[in-house]
Design a protein around this ligand. Structure first.
Ligand code: HEM
Length: 323
C-alpha cells in the first residue's frame, strides 16, 4: 500500500474511532483530558514506547497484553501493576500473569510524567496509551484513546480467574467476552492481538496431544521439538510475523496453524469462522474491528471519583493521607 493510501486508511480509522466513542454514550473519559493539566502526556508516552521498541520490538506484544490483563480484571485501573505485599498476593503474581512483560516501560513513562506534572496522569491511562502506541508502531491501526481513568487500590491474585484460559472454545469465549459487552466480532478481532508475541509451551502443549486433526503437521513437528525435554521456558510465536501487527494471524488460522486452542477454535467453530475468513481476506477490516474492540476494552469497569486515585508510583497504592 502506498504512503498516501496508508494515511487515508489511518484517517478513516480515526473517524471510525470517533464514531465508536459517540456510540458508547456517556463516558467518564474524554479526548484531550490532560490538555491543560499535563499537555505533553501523549508525546511523552509515545517517546518512551518508541525508544523501548527500537531496542526490543517484541515489547509491543508485552504492552498490548498488559492493557488487556489490566482491563479484564477489576476494570482498567492499573491493578495489574501493583506489587504484592506481606499480606497480599497481587494480580501480577498470579500464574496467568507470570509472563507479562513491559512493566519497566510503564514505570519509565510514569517517572517522567511525575517529574513534569506530579499526581496528574493515572497509570491506567498510561497502560491504555502505551498499548495504542505499541500497536501502531508495530504496523497496526492508530486510534485516539480517551483518558481520565483512575487507578484502583485493590489487586488480588484470585481475581485473575476473570482472564480467559487458552483452552476455551469459541462458544465460551463468546459468552465470556459477551458478559463484558463485546460482540462476537469484537472478540474475534481482539483475539487478533495474537498477531503479536509468543506463548510458552504450557499454554499450547495440549494441542500437540489432543488436537492433531486441527493442527498443521509441519507446525506440530516444529512445536514438538520446541517443547520436548525441559521446555518450561521455551516459547513459540503466535504467527510467522510475530513483531508485526498484521492479518497473518487469521491466515494462519485458516492453515490450521493457530497456536492456542482458543485461537484455532475461532476458525473451527461455525459461529466465528466467517469472521476469521473476512479478517484474513481483508486486514483493513480487521484493523477497523480491532480498534473498535480496543476502545470498548479501554473503558471496562472504570473507577469513578473516590473509588480511584492517581497513583504516584504505578507498583504501589498511595499511602493514606496524614491529615
Ligand atoms: C481470547 C482469549 C485470550 C486467551 C485465551 C489468551 C491467552 C493468552 C496466552 C495463554 C498467552 C501466552 C502466555 C504465555 O505463555 O506466556 C497470550 C499471549 C498474548 N496475548 Fe492473549 N489471550 C486472549 C486474548 C487476548 C487479547 C484480547 C489480547 C489483546 C488485545 C491479547 C494479547 C496477547 C499478546 C500480545 C500476547 C503475547 C505476549 C508476549 O509476547 O509477551 N490476548 N494470550
Amino acid at each position: 500500500m502506498g504512503t498516501t493510501n496508508k494515511n487515508l486508511v489511518r484517517f478513516l480509522l480515526a473517524v471510525q474511532a470517533a464514531a465508536v466513542m459517540a456510540g458508547l454514550g456517556a463516558s467518564a473519559l474524554s479526548m484531550d483530558y490532560y490538555g491543560m493539566s499535563c499537555p505533553y502526556t501523549e508525546w511523552i508516552v509515545r517517546g518512551v514506547v518508541s525508544e523501548a521498541l527500537r531496542k526490543d520490538p517484541t515489547l509491543a506484544a508485552g504492552l498490548l497484553r498488559l492493557h488487556f490483563h489490566d482491563c479484564f480484571v477489576q476494570g482498567c485501573d492499573a491493578s495489574v501493576l501493583i506489587d504484592s505485599t506481606d499480606g497480599n498476593t497481587a494480580e501480577k503474581d498470579a500464574p496467568a500473569n507470570k509472563s507479562l512483560r513491559g512493566y519497566e516501560v510503564i514505570d519509565r513513562i510514569k517517572e517522567i510524567l511525575e517529574s513534569q506534572c506530579p499526581g496528574i496522569v493515572s497509570c491506567a491511562d498510561i497502560l491504555a496509551l502505551a498499548a495504542r502506541d505499541a500497536v501502531f508502531m508495530a504496523g497496526g491501526p492508530y486510534y485516539r484513546v480517551p483518558s481520565g481513568r483512575r487507578d484502583g487500590t485493590r489487586s488480588n491474585a484470585a481475581d485473575t480467574v476473570a482472564l480467559p484460559a487458552p483452552v476455551l472454545n469459541a462458544s465460551t469465549l463468546i459468552q465470556l467476552f459477551g458478559s463484558h459487552g463485546f460482540t462476537t466480532q469484537d472478540m474475534v478481532a481482539l483475539s487478533g492481538g495474537h498477531t503479536l508475541g509468543v506463548a510458552h509451551c504450557a499454554a499450547f502443549k495440549n494441542r500437540l496431544q489432543s488436537e492433531t486433526a486441527t493442527l498443521d503437521a509441519s507446525l506440530a513437528a516444529k512445536l514438538g521439538s520446541t517443547c520436548g525435554g525441559d521446555s518450561s521456558s521455551a516459547t513459540a510465536p503466535f504467527d510467522r510475523t510475530s513483531t508485526a501487527f498484521d492479518g497473518v494471524y487469521f491466515k494462519e488460522l485458516q492453515e490450521r496453524r493457530g497456536l492456542l486452542s482458543s485461537d484455532q477454535t475461532l476458525f473451527e467453530s461455525p459461529e466465528t469462522k466467517g469472521i476469521v475468513n473476512s479478517f484474513a481476506a481483508n486486514p483493513g477490516y480487521f484493523f477497523w474491528a480491532f480498534q473498535q474492540g480496543m476502545l470498548k476494552m479501554g473503558q471496562l469497569d472504570l473507577k469513578e471519583g473516590d473509588k480511584g486515585e492517581v497513583r504516584k508510583k504505578c507498583s504501589v497504592v498511595n499511602p493514606p493521607p496524614t491529615w
